[in-house]
Design a protein around this ligand. Structure first.
Ligand SMILES: [Zn+2]
Length: 73
């Protein structure tokens, strides 16, 4: 997939992360949230239970600008 952002290198997912599984418990937990693992600074998907138990090891990362739907703002 071609890179869409100049800053793509800052938004790499962990090599063991899967988009439909929690990174920690491997459950398909429905709603998964993206966090940055502090140890590696890579992005991972986490379920609500795991982020609640491990919030000290992860950062919420919602800093990326949206690509679509924001033109003209
Ligand atoms: Zn989990």
């Amino acid at each position: 997939m071609p890179e869409k952002y100049d800053d793509s290198k800052f938004y790499q997912f962990h090599e063991k992360d899967l988009p439909d599984r929690c990174f920690l418990c491997s459950r398909d937990a429905g709603t998964l949230l993206i966090f940055r693992q502090i140890a590696t600074m890579l992005l991972v998907h986490l379920c609500r239970d795991c982020i609640y138990e491990n919030i000290a090891d992860y950062l919420l990362d919602n800093t990326r600008p949206w690509l679509t739907g924001r033109e003209g703002i």
